[in-house]
Design a protein around this ligand. Sequence first.
Ligand SMILES: [Zn+2]
Length: 333
Amino acid sequence: MYGINCTGLMPVFRRLFAGRAVIVMFHEIQRDFRRELMTGTSVDLFKYSLEWLQRHEWKIVSLDECLEALSRNKPNAPRYAVITFDDGYRDLRSAALPLLEQNNAPFLVYVPTAALTRNMKSWWIGLREVFRRENQVTIDPMDAKFACSDFRSKRAGLNAAIQWVHKDYRRAALLEHTFHRYGISLPALNDAYFLNERELQALSRHPLASIGAHTTSHAALSTLDPSFARAELEDNRKYLETLLEFPVRHLAYPYGGAGACGPREYRLAEQAGFSTAVTTRKGHLGDVNLNPFALPRIGVGCHLEARMSFEANVSGVHAAAQALLFQRGAAVL
Ligand SMILES: [Zn+2]
């Protein structure tokens, strides 16, 4: 990967291209990374990421503090990093929290109602379970059969199935029969993997924690009619505010890419009364023309992202490398 090749140039690129602030996105922080088919962030990489940010003088702050500092636009202000977690996985409390506490790092957790109430169609967890358990997997709506008796083929099969859903989120509903065939219970998996209401209430009282919205059902909002999309936002917000007894002002769009949210969703988020909304589009928080309802983030720890990639993303090396190669007329990476 070009991130690794460019690391020798990183100090130069960092000065030239680094943004003033970045929102970092995590999902699961996995103690047994391999058992989970390397789908989240390992505890080691999470620890490394926090320490790297501190070492390179990215001040870890809450989203509110970050945006307020950016709006003051002071010269010589420090660089800011905001730590976010999507979906409300249970390992946030067991694996990530001790490290967040050690680093005195504020964090923001975006939680869909259905994770807490256990009726989320968490197809990505269901697929992982199928591939983990089975040595042969048939997914009829994909018209695909996978021979997956070893780790490598399990990961490859899982990745193919996940990508298939990402191409059209309505496909997730077609997996019900597959889950039934392999005896997968999504409510049971939700119970195993996601915080429950009581646990989220306790976490929300932690001095470093903030809680944000992530829709009712974890739907790709752009696939819904406007009234349903609006209800996904408003109902989740009301639910969390009732459960936690404080205002919920920040939102993360489920999936967060171009296939899941766009200008219509940005308007809906604003109309629903949120102060900010984050996407999964990669980028720093620029100083100008920042749409608070379409904030970019940098994801850490999908299985393809190694330490070098994290460093390169945060310090702006990817943008720099692309600009440089473009100037030289090199092939697109
Ligand atoms: Zn999510």
